[in-house]
Design a protein around this ligand. Structure first.
Ligand code: PLP
Length: 426
């Protein structure tokens, strides 16, 4: 055996898993149980007091889910993960761990439409105030920071626009401001981009997309990079101050470089409850085993489709960072040299009506609100995912009336191009 650390594909298959010690089962079993028997009363007390690690109740943790958490943490290069019922639940628990009522966070305004809604509306009810910044204008992040700022939030590859974010530049601003950088790495996956390598302190995912990869399970995860000192200046009392729920322990002092993941579990997940089901964790683990193969093919197919679209007479523009000449091409070469992902947008010369017509005429592409399925997907954001926004917000979010978003699947690229061709000519 060599001493070399395992590579990405090896980790995708093995990290966190071992043959089941009782049965020898090689695949990770689905521990479809709500609760776990204690060895004795002392064991029970130590689990509840956080003096020992172990299983209590599946809302707080589960052995199938634990394999998923360890695997994604390994792929992202973090210290620990916490899986949740959905990507939005992971974002919710990340912010719940960091913010108090009246606090602010800075977010890139080019985000998944659901995140824009979550930040603008749901989070406001908790007194967590979003301040929007422009990922194409790095200084706008610096300007948006105030003494109340507790975090900066960006997407590595922005949904729906497909733009690549300059993670290192924004990480520098976060470090200067003394706040953690949270990166939603859903569209890139750790196969294309590992945000922690570029200065992220927390990574969040919708596992629903490429990590699960087969369009069959909703899930999310947050990964703790273990890089942030939460006790430095008292800005993160959840992590630095004694916790009345746990006999006055201080989470960072006790758990060190995975205190954030622990806090999100033992305070956030325990009390707010968005746990993933073990069955979904199992399906997503199966998806992750082929992540490298799938995401490479997704990305190669997307590039071929983008190249073909860019020569089509009905198309006004194609934004795909994998195309030379794209405004994000240099950032793609730096951050995502293996490929620029599978999700991108293009504009139809015929505007809103042409967008509606295209999604009505495709046969192989599915018209639906998802990305990251093996199947190719298409949506017209202005009439669907971003329809809640006004026209100015739509355009700022990269979802103007002429915009169509593709999530290119892993079918044969010739079939995908033929389908778009017939739909555009219909
Ligand atoms: C889908 C998605 C989310 C939300 O995830 P859910 O699993 O649907 O809750 C967050 N961010 C991005 C980039 C997404 O694509």
């Amino acid at each position: 055996m060599t001493e070399r650390p395992p590579g990405f594909s090896t980790l995708s298959i093995h990290a966190g898993a071992q043959p089941d010690p009782t049965t020898g089962a090689r695949a990770t079993p689905i521990y479809q149980t709500t609760s776990f028997v204690f060895n004795d009363a002392d064991h029970a007390a130590s689990l509840f007091g956080l003096q020992a690690f172990g299983n209590i109740y599946t809302r707080i943790g589960n052995p199938t889910t634990a394999v998923l958490e360890e695997r994604v943490a390994a792929l992202e290069g973090g210290t620990a993960g916490l899986a949740t019922a959905s990507g939005h639940a992971a974002q919710f628990l990340a912010f719940h761990t960091l913010l108090q009522p009246g606090d602010e966070f800075v977010a890139a305004r080019k985000l998944y439409g659901g995140s824009i809604n979550q930040f603008n509306h749901a989070f406001k009810k908790f007194g967590w105030n979003v301040v929007w910044a422009d990922p194409d204008n790095i200084e706008s992040f610096e300007k948006a920071v105030t003494p109340k700022t507790k975090a900066i939030f960006i997407e590595s590859i922005a949904n729906p626009g497909g733009g690549i974010t300059d993670i290192e530049a924004i990480a520098t601003i976060a470090r200067r401001a003394g706040v953690p950088l949270i990166v939603d790495n859903t569209l890139a996956t750790p196969y294309l981009i590992r945000p922690i390598d570029h200065g992220a302190d927390i990574v969040v995912h919708s596992l629903t997309k490429f990590l699960g990869g087969h369009g069959n399970s909703i899930g999310g995860i947050l990964v703790d990079a273990g890089t942030f000192d939460w006790s430095r200046d008292g800005r993160y009392p959840t992590l630095s101050e004694p916790r009345p729920e746990y006999h006055g322990i201080r989470l960072q002092e006790t758990f060190g470089n995975f205190a954030f993941a622990i806090a999100a579990r033992v305070l956030g997940l325990r009390d707010l409850g968005p746990a993933i089901s073990p069955f979904n964790a199992f399906l997503i683990l199966n998806g992750i085993e082929t992540l490298a193969l799938r995401v490479q093919k997704h990305s190669d197919n997307a590039k071929a489709v983008a190249e073909w679209l860019s020569t089509h007479p009905a198309i006004a523009w194609v934004n795909y960072a994998g195309l030379p000449g794209d405004r994000y091409h240099n950032l793609a070469r730096k951050y995502a040299p293996k490929g620029a992902g599978a999700v991108f947008t293009f504009g139809l010369k015929g505007g809103y009506d042409a967008g509606v017509k295209l999604v009505s005429n495709v046969k192989l592409f599915s018209h639906l609100a998802n990305v990251g399925d093996t199947r190719s997907l298409v949506i017209h954001p202005a009439s669907t995912t971003h329809s809640q926004l006004d026209d100015a917000q739509k355009t700022l979010a990269g979802a103007g009336p002429d915009v169509v978003r593709l999530s290119v699947g892993i079918e044969d690229k010739e079939d995908l191009i033929a389908d778009l061709d017939q739909a555009l000519n219909a």
